[in-house]
Each structure stands twice: as C-alpha cells, then as structure tokens.
Design a protein around this ligand. Structure first.
Ligand code: ACO
Length: 324
C-alpha cells in the first residue's frame, strides 16, 4: 500500500572508538594540526578497529535509529546501505545488515553514490515508500574509508574518517502527512569528472580494491558551484526560498566548502550544522551523522524546514528538503 508522505521517524549514528587526532596524523605524514585545521576545519577522525567492518558500523547506527523511532527491526521491510566501502564486492552490505538485525522479510540493497549516497538514498527511499514498494525503510550511510586511503599521501589521508549514520523512513497518511515529511529531492551526476576524485582499483578493472585519488582544488571549486546550484533548484521547485530554511545539514567534507556554499546561498552560517571537526569526511555517513547530532542536541525541532545536501565522487550531487 502506498503512502502519501515519507517522514523521518528516527535517527541514529555510530563512530568507531579509536580517535586519531591531527597530532597523530603528523606522526604518519608530513603535516600539522595548524595546516589541517586552517584548510579543512578537521581536528580528529575515528578509525575502525581491525576486523571492524562497514556492516558493524551500519548495524550500530541502525539499531540506534530504530530505538529513536520506537520501532523493532521486524517493522522494517527494506534496508538500504549507502556505501562506497562495502564489506565485500558482493553480497551487498545491506543484506548482511538485514540478516544480522534478524529481519527475514522484505528486501535490502546497497546504493553507490559515494559522498552523496545518503542524499541519493533519501530520494530513492521516499519514492519506494510513496510508490508502495516499502512502508518502513532503514536507510544507513556507512563507510570505512580508512581502508581505501593511501596513508602515505598527505593530500588525502588527513581528510577522511570512518563512521555510520541512519534514519528510519516511514510512510504516513492523513493529517500527520500534511504537516511533516520529505518535500522533494533533486539528484545529479557528471561522469566526465571521474579523474578528479576516484579509487584506482575495482574488481573488473584491476581485481584490486585500490586507493582514493583526488585533485583537491578542482573538487573544491565544483563542490561549491554544484551544491549551491542544486540547493537553489530544489528550493525553487518547491516554492521555497533560502530564508525559509531553518537548518542546512551538508555533507561534512571540509569547513571551507560548507562556509563558501552557505555564503553563495546567502544562508546564515549559524543555520549550518557543522560536525566535520569531530570526524572528518565520512562520505555517505556524514549527512546522517550531522543530522543525528543536531536532532539529539535539540537544534532541529518538529516543524523545522531542514535541507540536506551532498556532493561526491563521480561527480554525484543532490539536495533534499524535509519538514521535520
Ligand atoms: N599537510 C601539509 N601540507 C599539505 C597537506 C597536508 N596534509 N596536503 C597538501 N599540502 C601542501 C601541498 O603539497 C601544497 O604544497 P606546495 O605549495 O609546496 O606545493 C600546499 O599544501 C597547498 O596545497 P593545495 O592542494 O593547493 O591546498 P588547498 O588549499 O587546495 O587545500 C584541500 C587542499 C584541503 C584538499 C582543498 O583543496 C580541499 O578541501 N578540496 C576539497 C576536497 C574535498 O573535500 N574532497 C572530499 C571529497 S569530495 C566532497 O566530499 C565534496
């Protein structure tokens, strides 16, 4: 049965126990706390323990989101894991998560849009629910980017970390559906920018996992332009203006990208949720990690207009509007 609206029923997140500070990074590569903080805003990142996989992080975040929603794992009829660092080439990490949560009905699949994976998942899950293919979806962004970093390349390894964030999305009808829920999503991609941000391995091309490669300056430039454009588009499409937004929850890549994008959109910097200092760029996990923090500390309240946005490898990028 289809629902008229998709609402966010619960949020949760998880960061691995091990913290690696900028001072720790300076022992691994030629860098400094000053350089990293000034260029990125990052102060520390969490790194998964040996043997701790993306599915472990995803399950921990998913369980917290279910508890926050007051729902049991059995209520979920679709699990989506947005990740670029799956446990294995196949089966999908989402299937492992589904099984280990004890869910024996419905479906599960991974979604690969790198750092935009969670926002892509938001749009896909909303349409699955309103189209009647699922009623309650556990959408998780989970990554172990530490496994695909070149730990000798100071231009990339200082930027990323591991983590997971999750939401429970639920079909709603009637009055509740009029007052809250996902308003709209826009998704974009441009494969011609492959060489600016990619992993130089893969089962078909090299039969290896590969390492992340990036041309940081170029990525920065495109991120600010693409993100501000897509935010304008999703607002316009839904008859809203940037001044209507109560909270912007961006992909936590780099403090300077967040500031520059907010400036371009004329959004008050105080309305931007920033958590990048605590965990670095966690790719698909970063939007739900930031979302969880802003909901838990009471900043995001019922009735608020929340804007999610992200850009990542591909390039892929997207933005979504939700009435909390
Ligand atoms: N520590 C110290 N010095 C460094 C480090 C480091 N970790 N990394 C690079 N440098 C040096 C460079 O070697 C260079 O030295 P040189 O002038 O002697 O050649 C100098 O610092 C400046 O390097 P730039 O690359 O020009 O530095 P820039 O100001 O562009 O900052 C950064 C680099 C932080 C990567 C920036 O380009 C950026 O944030 N880009 C966006 C990348 C990003 O966020 N990607 C995430 C994935 S995509 C997404 O999520 C949107």
């Amino acid at each position: 049965m289809s629902a008229s609206r998709t609402i966010v029923a619960g949020v949760g997140s998880y960061l691995p126990a091990r913290i690696v500070t900028n001072a720790d990074m300076a022992k691994i590569v030629d860098t400094s706390d000053d350089w990293i903080v000034e260029r990125t805003g990052i102060r520390q990142r969490h790194i998964a323990a040996e043997g701790e996989c993306t599915s472990d992080l995803a399950i921990a975040a998913g369980e917290r989101a279910l508890a926050n929603a007051g729902m049991a794992a059995d209520d979920i009829d679709m699990v989506i894991v947005a990740t670029a660092t799956p446990d294995e080439t196949f089966p999908a990490t989402a299937v492992t998560v589904q099984s280990r949560l004890g869910i024996t009905h419905g479906g599960a699949f991974d979604l690969q849009a790198v750092c935009s994976g969670f926002v892509y998942g938001f749009g896909v899950a909303d349409n699955l629910i309103r189209g009647g293919l699922a009623r309650n979806i556990l959408l998780i962004g989970a990554e172990t980017f530490s496994r695909i970093l070149d730990w000798e390349d100071r231009t990339t390894c200082v930027l990323f970390g591991d983590g997971a964030g999750a939401v429970v999305l639920k079909g709603e009808d009637g009055k509740a559906a009029e007052q809250r829920g996902i308003i709209g999503t826009r998704l974009r991609s441009d494969g011609s920018k492959h060489d600016l941000l990619y992993v130089d391995g893969g089962p078909s091309k090299t039969q290896t996992v590969g390492k992340l490669r990036m041309q940081g300056k170029e990525v920065f430039r495109y991120a600010v332009t693409n993100l501000s454009e897509i935010v304008k588009e999703v607002l316009e499409e839904n008859g809203l203006e940037s001044s209507d937004v109560d909270w912007i929850v961006p992909h936590q890549a780099n403090r300077r990208i967040l500031d520059a994008t907010a400036r371009k959109l004329a959004i008050d910097p105080d309305k931007v949720v920033v958590t990048v200092q605590d965990h670095g760029n966690t790719s698909a996990a970063s939007v739900p990690l930031a979302l969880d923090q802003a909901v838990s500390d009471g900043r995001i309240k019922p009735g608020d207009l929340v804007l999610l946005e992200a850009m990542g490898g591909g390039f892929t990028w997207g933005a979504s509007l939700v009435r909390w």
